[in-house]
Design a protein around this ligand. Structure first.
Ligand code: TXA
Ligand code: MG
Length: 321
């Protein structure tokens, strides 16, 4: 693979999620290339976390500010323990939710071998064991830690299908493994466990479930607008159109994104099911882009369970740019 720059153009291979496809994707990673792959949350853009040139390629392909650190994906807890120092709370959370949609921020181990571009120079590392057969297959075929942000251009809508990845990154990355649509649909929940467990980003594992596993409340961001995780930019997940939240009906010129009893041209979930809404959220935003919607009204979504992650993403989609 060539080291790439912002304007790199090469053909992006669309690979099947079978043994041969996973072997090819693992080879791409081993050569320092970029391979996107499905996880249960969203598609990730993977690179060998130990290879600084490869990790630099992620930042270039996404147009991502280099101060924003990346999550490292590994196949199991044993592999994670080689990279970071676990404590009791981290053990409890890993036992309860791995493999799954939970990312733990822990102290980076000396000699972990992870590129400092992954941590953006922080003394901590974000790690996750994904629960998706294709992600697991790739991690095992590759046999090393894989740094992977969501496989979208920086600031744009996260991808939940291989077609979403191609629409944003074709020609900028080496390969995409097509594993169909992601089941959870919003990114992992991020918890900083270097001290008292603190929520950094709402996500696929609801806060209520984390608190039940810990037997204690999580500390929450005081002001949800202050980014605790360096990458929590106010404007993010942005569709092309202007977004208005908590709308009960469309105004003239708006396309309505409904939920439950609030009907729309599209609906996150007609039955008001938060799991379905999370799984459909990014696809609905991609569809609104494809429809050329210049003004988007979004129905209210209850701020409980997965609704918290959905509202976090919607708020960023609606933020001034
Ligand atoms: O579900 C997910 O988490 C997906 C899939 C691909 O695994 N990945 C993902 O990555 O959402 P990304 O890069 O889009 O978001 C990672 C977030 C950023 O907000 C970043 O600032 C934060 O994790 N982060 C990474 N390392 C961190 C650290 N050491 N301390 C605090 N926050 C960190
Ligand atoms: Mg992202």
């Amino acid at each position: 693979m060539q080291p790439r720059n912002d304007n790199a153009t090469s053909e992006t291979k669309l690979l099947h999620a079978d043994t041969a496809g996973l072997a090819q994707a693992a080879q791409v990673l081993a050569r320092g290339g970029l391979a996107a792959f499905p996880t249960e949350t969203v598609y990730g853009l993977g690179a060998d976390a130990r290879n600084s040139d490869a990790v630099a390629g992620i930042y270039a392909a996404k147009g991502r500010p280099s101060f924003n650190p990346l999550i490292v994906h590994v196949a199991d807890l044993a592999a994670a323990e080689k990279l970071v120092v676990f404590n009791d709370a981290a053990q409890a959370l890993a036992q309860a939710f791995w493999p799954g949609a939970l990312t733990l921020v822990l102290a980076l181990r000396d000699g972990a071998g992870v590129s400092s571009l992954v941590t953006a120079g922080l003394p901590t590392l974000a790690v996750r064991v994904p629960d998706h057969p294709v992600a697991q297959g790739l991690l095992r075929a590759f046999g090393g830690p894989v740094a992977a942000p969501s496989a979208n251009l920086s600031g744009r809508i996260s991808p939940t299908t291989a077609a979403h990845v191609m629409a944003g990154l074709a020609g900028r990355i080496d390969a995409v493994v097509d594993g169909g649509a992601c089941g959870v649909g919003v990114e992992s929940t991020i918890v900083d466990v270097t001290g008292a467990p603190a929520l950094l980003r709402a996500g696929g594992v609801p806060t209520e479930a984390l608190e039940a596993a810990l037997g204690a409340p999580l500390s929450m961001p005081d002001d949800p607008d202050v980014p605790l995780s360096p990458g929590q930019m106010a404007s993010h997940y942005a569709p092309q159109g202007v977004v208005r939240l908590n709308a009960t009906q469309a105004e003239p010129g708006e396309v309505m994104l409904g939920f439950g009893v609030v009907k729309g041209a599209l609906s996150l979930s007609e039955t008001g099911d938060l799991h379905e809404a999370a799984a459909r959220l990014f696809d609905c935003l991609h569809r609104l882009d494809a429809m050329g919607a210049s003004r988007i009204a979004v129905a209210p979504v209850p701020d409980i369970g997965l609704g918290r992650a959905i509202n976090d993403r919607l708020k960023r989609a609606a933020a001034p740019r």
